[in-house]
Design a protein around this ligand. Structure first.
Ligand SMILES: [Zn+2]
Length: 207
């Protein structure tokens, strides 16, 4: 890691500690049918941005992609009701564009939600919309791996520019999520595959 990247990582680490302090995270795998989600992503690697696609293609050549996806989901943690003001100052300090009006955001394997996490009695996430948004954030966590980690992804994400034209967002929106701001801006969401329940079944419910 270059000096600059390690400085950025230090800032990210410091903010993450503060943002996550006192919040009990919920493993993403407790909220949705994780193996099913891994299968869906596996079948749609072509929808990723170019760098992530190459990264996943290399894993596939070595037959590691299914295992990677399962392990990735197992590492993802959801932190409900984080302080948006803190997240915004982190993004501001790091020079990363921030879109007001989003409900969730992720930093590496940490997925932050601003509202409470709505779950059914069995602990499963209560709606396919929320689940799709969680999966959208998971796509960003995969993109971060492809860019060498949080600091590398922060730089690539910022360089990719405007939120609604950002290649990483466009890829993640293929998989799911539809924050009000994106809908208002008529952002093209071509294939929100995770909401195609007729094809993919109730992947958001635990089996
Ligand atoms: Zn996103």
């Amino acid at each position: 890691m270059s000096d600059r990247a390690s400085d950025v990582q230090d800032i990210i680490d410091r903010y993450k500690r503060t943002i996550e302090a006192g919040i009990s995270p919920v493993p993403l795998a407790n909220l949705v049918d994780a193996p099913h989600l891994a299968d869906i992503i596996h079948d749609h690697v072509d929808l990723f941005d170019a760098v992530t696609r190459d990264y996943l293609a290399a894993l596939r050549r070595h037959r590691e992609l299914p295992r990677y996806l399962r392990e990735k989901i197992a590492r993802a943690r959801v932190y409900p009701e984080v302080d948006e003001t803190l997240v915004k100052s982190a993004f501001s300090d790091l020079g990363i564009p921030y879109l007001d009006g989003v409900d969730m955001i992720s930093v590496g394997d940490s997925i932050y939600t601003y509202g409470p996490l709505q779950c059914d009695a069995d602990g499963t996430v209560a709606s396919v919309s929320t689940a799709a948004l969680l999966a959208h954030e998971l796509i960003h966590a995969i993109q971060a791996d492809a860019h060498g980690g949080e600091a590398g992804f922060a730089a690539a994400y910022t360089a990719a520019g405007n939120y609604l034209a950002n290649a990483f967002e466009i890829a993640a929106y293929c998989f799911g999520g539809s924050p009000p701001a994106a809908i208002a801006a008529k952002m093209p969401v071509e294939r929100p595959v995770l909401k195609e329940t007729a094809l993919y079944g109730e992947w958001w419910r635990l089996a």
